[in-house]
Design a protein around this ligand. Structure first.
Ligand code: PLP
Length: 396
């Protein structure tokens, strides 16, 4: 008898923790993942914020088919005129504010963060970076330097110098932003902290302070954009425009793609002194750019942000239980606070048993992450509420 896939997974694929979910996936379609025993799991986390259109959306499959019949990789990013990249850039230009008219396509969220930090340093000639406590911007050494958690970064030091941390939503901390600051990087809505929205006026105050000091404002919308908050881009909800916008995760529609987006004026710094200020081989891979175009095009045509508030209301109103301490939410994205990690782990396992995939948050491990595909129907959500409450009832 051959060695099981599970054993090879555990033995020969690097593990990131000693408690992987270890579901063996056979296929995925729409809202559902199917394991090798044919069990269906409703994906209530969208592969951690990726599958906003669900799995294997027909528009994505069509884009893959069409593009793969033409070409895949041809040349490193930035040398050739490639229609999938051009179409994507053009569509982004149509839906973003005029000052965000220039996109640099990369491989991942972390690379978008790296590129944006380099761009801010190069443009301003400054080196200080200000980031928020409890923010997650990626796991490469530059992006990890932005984390304030010594638990996650202590063993990897030294990391980037000259990074200061402020408390998200604390306006007094904005005094730390000065003429020495190259950029402030923050999530428009804090994701791994457990879906923390900016208070009214907070992002305006950040914007003003950045403008006043010549500091670039980088908004990381790697989890928050593409309809999740009820707006195509989350910053639209708060009435400000960043100098640099970061996209990844759902951006590629299930294929790996990231982007940092700015003005042509700022971005042109990466062209000289030094030439090739950021280089990437696979950034903007034609297949990924084609699926990214199909994703954005579908979201816009279907106005997927439209149903978000109505759908989220079903969860907010339905999820009332003595074990639920509170719910943070922003659009169809929420953190259900159960008070302790052990309970969260038990609920995650029992939800799997009931046919639902849920998860927890990096910096808020006492809460359950809910972030379903935006294509989910209201009846699916009603059923989830009933089943989730039954899971909670079944725990002593
Ligand atoms: C808000 C945010 N920024 C950046 C990243 C890094 O993205 P990636 O995992 O593609 O490097 C993540 C990933 O979880 C994220 O949630």
């Amino acid at each position: 008898m051959g060695i099981s896939h599970r054993n090879i997974f555990l033995q020969n694929l690097a593990q990131t923790s000693d408690m992987p979910l270890a579901l063996e996936i056979e296929r995925a379609e729409g809202l559902y993942l199917y394991d090798t025993e044919g069990r269906a799991y409703l994906d209530m986390i969208s592969g951690i914020g990726v599958s906003g259109l669900g799995h294997r959306h027909p528009a994505i499959l069509k884009a893959i088919e069409t593009q793969s019949s033409k070409y895949l990789h041809t040349m490193v990013y930035g040398e050739f005129v490639l229609s999938p990249q051009v179409q994507l850039a053009n569509l982004l230009h149509q839906v973003l504010p005029a000052s965000l008219d220039n996109v640099y396509l990369v491989n991942s969220g972390a690379e978008a963060v790296e590129g944006a930090m380099k761009l801010a340093k190069r443009y301003t000639g400054r080196s200080e970076i200000i980031a928020c406590k409890n923010a997650y911007h990626g796991s490469t050494q530059g992006a990890a330097s932005l984390m304030d958690s010594n638990y996650f970064t202590g063993k990897f030091r030294p990391l980037l110098p000259n990074i200061k941390h402020i408390e998200f939503n604390r306006e007094e901390d904005l005094d730390k932003i000065s003429h020495d600051t190259a950029c402030v990087i923050m999530e428009t809505v804090q994701a791994e902290a457990g879906v923390i929205e900016p208070n009214e006026g907070y992002l305006q105050a950040v914007r003003e302070k950045c403008t006043e000091t010549g500091t670039l404002l980088i908004l990381d919308e790697i989890q928050a954009s593409y309809g999740r908050t009820g707006y195509l881009f989350a910053f639209q909800k708060y009435g400000i425009v960043p100098d640099i916008l970061l996209l990844a995760k759902g951006f590629g529609g299930g294929l790996p793609l990231g982007a940092f987006i700015s003005s042509k004026n700022i971005m042109s710094c990466l062209m000289d002194e030094p030439i090739l200020g950021h280089i990437t081989t696979f950034g903007g891979n034609p297949l990924c750019a084609a699926t990214a175009f199909a994703t954005l095009d579908t979201i816009i045509k279907d106005e997927l942000w439209e149903g978000v508030e109505r759908k989220s209301k079903i969860l907010i109103e339905g999820l009332v239980h003595q074990k639920i301490k509170k719910i943070n939410h922003c659009g169809l994205w929420m953190a259900i606070d159960l008070g302790k990690f052990e309970l969260v782990l038990e609920v995650v396992q029992k939800c799997l048993g009931a046919g639902y995939l849920v998860d927890w948050f990096l910096f808020n491990s006492h809460s359950i992450r809910i972030c379903p595909p935006l294509t989910i129907e209201e009846d699916d959500l009603r059923k989830f509420v009933v089943d989730f409450l039954a899971v909670l009832d079944g725990i002593n």
